[in-house]
Design a protein around this ligand. Structure first.
Ligand SMILES: Cc1ncc(COP(=O)(O)O)c(C=O)c1O
Length: 403
């Protein structure tokens, strides 16, 4: 069996067409785009094209709203820190409890070390936000709201367009970390009130080390990196031109494949999910079952450890993930599962399968054939699983270790 890659929310394969597009920028197209000669000019023009390609994918009004950065994390940090500098009289930040560490860790730092007040919106059992709680928190002390468009672990989509309107009604800036949403669902930023949005190239078949901060025209902004005039002074540093050109091509291809993503890719995801749930008892989908990304499914297999499942899957040539790549390696259950109130017995056994357009329907059959056996074998070794299913009150046995 050839290896099966179902960890596309962690990172994606660089599309072969994207590799081809970027190669000349390592050799003959080596000019500095800021230079006043033909070497620089050619690269500058290629970067302009990439900016337009990204603009189209995002449905942005103008290509000048696209600022190239080094990654999603940089875009997230730039957005939040810019708002805090641009609105020095405001010291409150609103995020959600289920943001990626790119937002959460920064905000925890700001709260602990710089006296900002960070409000983390809670989610319900299906990962959904309470917009009344949000409305009550918005005020003239709020410097910025940052809410992810799609959750990286469950794929749950948040109503960011509505939330941006609510923020604007109170005169508050709105940023969204759309790292997981871009290229998977249609976006039309010009018809929204979103002020800033983060993109990461490596989640949409471009290389690692390139990202975008969408910055709506007229948004009050303070750069993170100061120096040369690159990116109209909004992000200093000689541009990573090869990766920027690659991201442009990847954006163009993502736009062409949006329909495919929401039909064929979604169909593979749905079939995997139904197949596994039908074959495995005490398993359930986490997050919002309807309002979510077409490529992501996160299943909790109760009474076993996600890491053990991953190791067995890996042995069988199947790559998936437990929690997010950034939080795995820690023994704590994922903060996303904890925020949804998923019990320990299930939170520890969650596995994320995330597809891309490069997956094949026959891979779904192979995974459906393998996973139920892995789960059954692991449960045989689990102290919380008996001959007839779960043993009494296993939650008590699990919880103290992690209290
Ligand atoms: C939702 C979300 N935000 C931000 C990031 C960070 O992006 P990057 O790896 O480009 O820094 C990730 C990556 O996993 C993500 O899933």
């Amino acid at each position: 069996m050839a290896d099966i890659y179902l960890d596309n929310n962690a990172t994606t394969m660089v599309a072969p067409e994207v590799v081809q597009e970027m190669l000349p920028f390592f050799s003959e197209q080596f000019g500095n785009p800021s230079s006043m000669h033909s070497f620089g000019d050619k690269v500058g023009r290629a970067m302009k094209q990439a900016r337009i390609q990204v603009q189209k994918l995002l449905g942005a009004e103008h290509d000048s709203e696209i600022v190239f950065t080094s990654c999603g994390t940089e875009s997230d940090s730039t957005a939040i820190l810019s708002a805090l500098k641009a609105y020095p009289d405001r010291d409150e930040i609103i995020i959600t409890a289920v943001e990626h560490p790119a937002i959460l860790t920064l905000c925890d730092y700001l709260e602990k070390n710089e006296d900002y007040v960070v409000h983390k919106l809670r989610v319900d059992k299906q990962g959904r936000l309470d917009l009344d709680e949000y409305q009550d928190l918005l005020c003239n002390k709020t410097a910025i709201v940052s809410v992810m468009w799609a959750n990286n672990e469950t794929g749950t989509l948040f109503p960011v367009e509505t939330m941006a309107e609510m923020a604007h009604a109170k005169g508050v800036l709105f940023h969204t970390d759309a790292v997981q949403a871009v290229g998977k669902i249609p976006l039309d930023l010009k018809s929204t009130k979103i002020d800033m949005l983060s993109v990461s190239g490596h989640k949409l078949h471009a290389p690692k080390g390139v990202g975008v901060l969408y910055l709506r025209r007229g948004t009050r902004f303070r750069p993170l990196l100061r120096g040369g005039h690159q990116e109209r002074g909004r992000r200093a540093g000689t541009e990573n031109s090869a990766s920027i050109v690659a991201l442009g091509k990847a954006a163009e291809m993502a736009l062409e494949h949006l329909q495919f993503e929401n039909t064929q890719v979604k169909a593979m995801r749905d079939r995997l999910e139904q197949g596994l749930l039908a074959a495995i008892p005490n398993a359930f989908v986490t997050g919002d079952p309807t309002n979510r990304l077409p490529n992501t499914c996160n299943i909790a297999f109760e009474y076993i450890e996600g890491e053990a499942i991953l190791l067995m899957l890996n042995k069988m040539g199947i790559a998936a993930s437990s929690g997010s790549a950034c939080t795995s390696g820690s023994l704590e259950p994922s903060h996303v599962m904890m925020a949804m109130g998923i019990p320990y017995t299930a939170a520890h056994g969650t596995i994320r399968f995330s597809f891309s357009r490069y997956n094949k329907p026959e891979e779904v059959d192979q995974v459906i054939a393998v996973v139920p056996k892995i789960i059954a074998n692991l449960r045989k070794m689990s102290p919380y699983w008996g001959e007839n299913g779960p043993v009494a009150d296993p939650d008590k046995a699990f919880a103290p270790t992690y209290a």
